[in-house]
Design a protein around this ligand. Structure first.
Ligand code: C2E
Ligand code: MG
Ligand code: MG
Ligand code: MG
Length: 273
């Protein structure tokens, strides 16, 4: 009886795996056509100075509208694109799109673009970024690249070299999702980051969990002692904002300030007389 049940559940499990593998393959195929079929777009989420309240930049976030499945989350399709290598073309497209878009903003806000570890490992990364800036005419000081530690742990020397070349162009670099994964104090100290982004998971837990709050406080202290500004991701409530301000956090991003949205420049123009 028990054995039969075990057998059944293994069988069920395997069908489930098959199904999922098939779906991933299907998505990988669909993704290759997504750009040409006009299913991709980029949304922009504001980043605010917590001192002045002013918008300091916008993070570019990729969206995929699948014809049958509707909106697919980047948390689902980015890993697939990284596996197939498609992320190299996708990422370059997002970068060009974001730089082009930022050129039309009336202000001097930065545009922050996520860079996959797979892109970061491309030997022509620096040249690719340089040529996108030249093509779009966006001044380098208005571009920020967001990378995670996964991008640098494979080959720290090479990563450091790359980061220095990027920074020498005048581009700034933020470390994203800090506090998760491989985050280490050593990396922070030896890499020339311009910003630390505290992962949103800590914020989302911060109202209920003393540990999450302690981690936020520790990252803020770290930022202060290394003289690197800290941005908190995932601010959803006024209460969270109040705590972060009191703790001396420099910048914030989250639904409280604004959801990712299309073309922020249009909104400013609409608001103008
Ligand atoms: P991320 O870079 O850490 O981006 C922040 C994510 O948090 C975004 O999710 C954003 O919509 C979400 N978020 C912002 N404020 C809040 C909030 O107050 N509450 C909650 N619950 N979430 C909030 P999104 O757009 O779904 O993207 C997920 C991840 O996918 C990104 O995390 C990034 O790692 C990746 N991604 C998105 N676009 C790109 C891209 O163009 N290139 C690459 N390589 N990765 C991308
Ligand atoms: Mg990011
Ligand atoms: Mg993040
Ligand atoms: Mg993330």
């Amino acid at each position: 009886r028990a054995k039969a049940r075990l057998g059944e559940s293994i069988c069920f499990f395997e069908t489930g795996m098959d199904e999922r593998a098939r779906e991933r393959r299907q998505l990988a195929n669909d993704l290759r056509q997504a750009g040409a079929n006009g299913q991709l777009s980029v949304l922009y989420q504001p980043q605010h100075s917590l001192r002045t309240g002013a918008v300091s930049g916008y993070e570019a976030l990729l969206r995929w509208m699948h014809p049958r499945r509707g909106l697919v989350s980047p948390d689902e399709f980015i890993p697939i694109a990284e596996e197939t290598g498609e992320i190299i073309a996708l990422g370059e497209w997002v970068l060009r799109e974001a730089c082009h878009e930022a050129r039309s903003w009336p202000g001097e806000e930065k545009v922050a673009v996520n860079l996959s570890p797979v892109q970061f490992l491309q030997p022509n990364l620096v040249e690719m970024v340089r040529s996108v800036l030249v093509e779009t005419g966006l001044p380098a000081r208005r571009l920020e690249l967001e990378i995670t530690e996964t991008a640098i742990i494979h080959d720290k020397l090479r990563a450091l070299h790359c980061l220095r070349l990027i920074k020498a162009m005048g581009i700034s670099v933020a470390i994203d999702d800090f506090g998760t994964g491989y985050s280490s104090l050593d990396t922070l100290q030896s890499f020339p980051f311009d910003k630390i982004k505290i992962d949103k998971s800590f914020l989302l837990k911060s109202e209920g969990s003393a540990q999450a709050r302690a981690i936020i406080r520790a990252v803020l202290a770290l930022g202060r002692s290394l003289d690197i500004p800290v941005l908190a991701e995932g601010i959803e409530t006024e209460g969270q904002l109040r705590v972060l301000k009191a703790e001396g956090c420099d910048e914030g991003q989250g639904y409280y300030f604004g959801h990712p949205s299309a073309a922020p420049s249009l909104k400013v123009r609409e608001a103008a007389p």
